[in-house]
Ligand binder design. Structure first.
Ligand SMILES: Cc1cc2nc3c(=O)[nH]c(=O)nc-3n(C[C@H](O)[C@H](O)[C@H](O)COP(=O)(O)O)c2cc1C
Length: 152
C-alpha cells in the first residue's frame, strides 16, 4: 500500500502533524511518500493508493496560501483519482465558528469530486482544545492504518 502525505500550513502545525503521520505510517509498514511542497505532478508520480492531506485553515475558512497553487492546479487539471482512497486531517480553531476546519473541508470536497473515496471521516484538530495536535492525531491514524493495511 502506497501512501502519499501532503500538507498545507501557515505556522507549521499541519506540517508537523503530517511529518509525525509519516513516521507512524512507516513504522506500521506502509510505503510512504512525503510530498512537500505539494504539486500535482509529485502526487501523480508517487502513484499512491491512498492520499493523506493535513491542512490548516486561515483567513475566514481559507486554505493556507502555500497550499493554494496545488489546490488550484488540482481543480484545473482535474486528474480523476478513481480507485484511490483518501483521508484528511483538518486543523482549525472552533472559535472561528462556521469556518471551523473549512480548509480541510475544501480539500475533502475536491478529492470526492475527483472520485477518490474517503477512507475515514475527517479528523478535526481544534487549537482551542489541544496544544499537541500531533499526539491527538495518533488514535485516528491508527484507525486509518488499520483500515488501509492489506488483510493477511
Ligand atoms: C489569522 C488566522 C485565521 C484563522 N482562521 C481560521 C478559520 O477560519 N477557521 C478555523 O477553523 N481556524 C482558523 N484559524 C486557526 C488555525 O487554523 C489553527 O490555529 C491551526 O492549528 C493553525 O495550523 P498551522 O500552524 O498549520 O497553520 C485561524 C488562525 C489565524 C492565525
Amino acid at each position: 500500500m502506497r501512501l502519499a502525505v501532503l500538507s498545507g500550513s501557515v505556522y507549521g502545525t499541519a506540517d508537523l502533524v503530517a511529518d509525525e503521520a509519516v513516521l507512524r505510517c512507516r513504522d506500521a509498514g506502509l510505503d510512504v511518500s512525503r510530498i512537500q511542497p505539494a504539486t500535482v505532478d509529485a502526487l501523480l508520480d508517487a502513484a499512491p493508493d491512498i492520499i493523506l492531506g493535513c491542512v490548516s485553515t486561515t483567513g475566514m475558512g481559507e486554505l493556507p496560501d502555500s497550499f493554494v497553487p496545488f489546490f488550484i492546479e488540482l481543480q484545473d487539471r482535474f486528474p480523476l483519482l478513481t480507485g484511490k482512497r483518501f483521508a484528511v486531517i483538518g486543523l482549525g480553531d472552533s472559535a472561528y465558528g462556521d469556518t471551523f476546519c473549512q480548509g480541510g473541508e475544501q480539500l475533502r470536497e475536491l478529492l470526492v469530486e475527483l472520485q477518490a473515496v474517503e477512507a475515514l471521516p475527517m479528523l478535526r484538530l481544534d487549537a482551542s482544545e489541544t496544544v499537541s495536535p500531533e499526539l491527538d492525531a495518533e488514535p485516528w491514524l491508527d484507525q486509518l492504518i488499520e483500515s488501509i493495511k492489506p488483510r493477511a
